[in-house]
Design a protein around this ligand. Structure first.
Ligand SMILES: Cc1cc2nc3c(=O)[nH]c(=O)nc-3n(C[C@H](O)[C@H](O)[C@H](O)COP(=O)(O)OP(=O)(O)OC[C@H]3O[C@@H](n4cnc5c(N)ncnc54)[C@H](O)[C@@H]3O)c2cc1C
Length: 363
C-alpha cells in the first residue's frame, strides 16, 4: 500500500483525506502542527461556517487561471457533504451547514477517519526527497510515497507560522503571504460609533482614483472600519498607495431626501448625533486608511505557492508526488464562502488525481 502524508488537518487536507480514505487503498498519515485539527473551520463564518456560495465564479478570486476555474466549477459542495452525511442550507447566496454550526462541519470531516493516523502537535519542518519522501517533524521522522501540502496560510493565529517553510527550502517559488479580508485602521476614528453596524456602500480610492466599491455591512470600530464590505476592499490594499474610503450611508436616497427627512429618523441615534455635531455628510463620509489590522486579524492571505509551480493535478512540477491545495496555493477569494469552497474543491481535486494515478498503475 502506498503511504500518503497529508500535512495540515484543515479544510483542504481533511477534504483530501476523506476522498482518499473512501478507496481504502492507502495508508494515510495526517500531520497537524496545532493542538487540535480544523481550528479555522471552527472559527469561520462567526462559528456558522459559510462553506460555499451559490454564485460561484472565478471572478470572485484573485486569479484568472483556467485550472482554478475548472477546479472550483467542477466541485459539487452538496454532493461532497452529502457523502459525509451533512445536510446544507442556503441563506440568500450563502451556503451553510443545516445546523448553522461550524462544529458539525468539523465533525463530518473527521467522522469517517477510521484507519487514518492523525497526529496532532506535529509540525513538518523539512521534506527530503529520497526513495520515498522523508518528512522531518518536531515529533520525529515519517516516510511517505506521496505528500499533500495543505498547510493553509498564517492568516489569523489559527494555522501556524511555518506553512510553507519546507517548500521554500526546496526552492519552490512562493509569493510572500500578505493579509487580505482584514479590518482597516483609519485616521478618522469615531469612538462613539464603536460596535455600530450600518448598511451602505464603501468606495475605495487610491488618492482620487476610484478602485472599487462594495455594498453591504459596515462596522464602526475604535480603530477604524470593519464589516464585510470593508474586508472585501482590503484585498486591494497591497497595491494601493494612498487608500481612502468614502462611505455612502444612504445609498437608496438622494441629497434632497436628506434635506427633507430628519437625520434621527434615518440613522441610529449615535450616528445621527455625530453627523449633526461634526457637520458630516452621510452620503460621503471620508476615511483615510492608515493600514490594516495585520495578518493575525485577517481571514485569508494573498500569496503562497505560485501557480506556475504546479501542473494540472496541483502536483509540484519539480517534485513529482508532492501536491499543494487550499490557501497554501496563491489563490484567495472574496468573503462569502469562496475560500472554504476552494479549500474543499482543491483538496478533492488532488485526491482524485492521486487515486486516478494508482488506478492506472494497477491496470
Ligand atoms: C476568522 C475566520 C473566519 C473565516 N470565515 C470563513 C467563511 O465563513 N467562509 C469561507 O469560505 N472562508 C472563511 N475563512 C477562510 C477559510 O477558513 C480558509 O480559507 C480555509 O480554512 C483554508 O483552508 P486550508 O485547508 O487551506 O487551510 P487551514 O484550514 O488553515 O488548514 C491548514 C492546517 O495546516 C496546519 N499546518 C500549518 N503549517 C503546518 C506544518 N508546518 N506542519 C503541520 N501542520 C501545519 C495548520 O495548523 C492548519 O490546521 C475564515 C477564516 C478565518 C480566520
Amino acid at each position: 500500500m502506498e503511504t500518503i502524508a497529508i500535512i495540515g488537518a484543515g479544510a483542504s487536507g481533511l477534504a483530501c483525506m476523506n476522498i482518499l480514505n473512501q478507496t481504502k487503498q492507502y495508508d494515510i498519515l495526517v500531520l497537524e502542527q496545532s493542538l487540535k485539527s480544523a481550528r479555522k473551520i471552527l472559527a469561520s463564518g462567526n462559528g456558522r461556517c459559510n462553506v460555499s456560495n451559490k454564485n460561484m465564479d472565478i471572478s470572485f478570486y484573485n486569479t484568472t487561471s483556467p485550472l482554478i476555474q475548472e477546479i472550483i466549477s467542477d466541485f459539487d459542495i452538496y454532493h461532497f457533504f452529502d457523502c459525509l452525511s451533512l445536510k446544507l442550507r442556503e441563506e440568500g447566496d450563502l451556503i451553510y451547514p443545516y445546523s448553522l454550526s461550524s462544529l458539525s462541519v468539523k465533525n463530518a470531516l473527521l467522522k469517517q477517519a477510521d484507519g487514518i493516523s492523525l497526529i496532532e502537535q506535529c509540525e513538518v519542518i523539512d521534506i527530503k526527497k529520497e526513495k520515498q519522501y522523508r518528512l522531518i517533524t518536531n515529533q520525529g521522522v515519517y516516510f511517505a510515497d506521496k505528500v499533500v501540502i495543505a498547510t493553509g496560510s498564517p492568516a489569523s493565529d489559527l494555522s501556524g507560522n511555518h506553512n510553507l517553510d519546507m517548500l521554500k527550502k526546496m526552492k519552490v517559488a512562493c509569493l510572500p503571504f500578505v493579509e487580505s479580508l482584514v479590518q482597516l485602521k483609519t485616521k478618522e476614528v469615531y469612538k462613539s460609533l464603536k460596535g455600530l453596524r450600518v448598511k451602505g456602500i464603501a468606495k475605495l480610492y487610491d488618492h482620487h482614483t476610484f478602485i472599487d466599491q462594495k455594498k453591504g455591512e459596515i462596522l464602526f470600530t475604535d480603530y477604524g472600519l470593519s464589516g464585510i464590505c470593508i474586508m472585501q476592499l482590503s484585498r486591494y490594499l497591497d497595491h494601493v498607495k494612498k487608500p481612502v474610503i468614502h462611505l455612502d450611508l444612504l445609498p437608496d436616497l438622494e441629497k434632497k431626501d436628506l434635506d427633507h427627512y430628519h437625520e434621527d429618523g434615518l440613522f441610529h441615534e449615535k450616528l445621527a448625533k455625530l453627523l449633526q455635531e461634526k457637520q458630516l455628510y452621510a452620503k460621503n463620509l471620508v476615511f483615510h486608511v492608515n493600514g490594516t489590522m495585520g495578518i493575525k486579524k485577517a481571514q485569508v492571505c494573498h500569496g503562497g505557492v505560485c501557480l506556475d509551480e504546479v501542473d494540472e493535478s496541483l502536483q509540484l512540477k519539480k517534485y513529482p508526488g508532492i501536491y499543494v491545495c487550499g490557501e497554501a496555493l496563491d489563490v484567495d477569494g472574496d468573503c462569502g464562502g469562496y475560500n472554504l469552497h476552494f479549500a474543499f474543491a482543491s483538496g478533492t481535486h488532488v485526491a482524485k488525481h492521486i487515486i486516478g494515478e494508482s488506478y492506472v498503475k494497477d491496470k
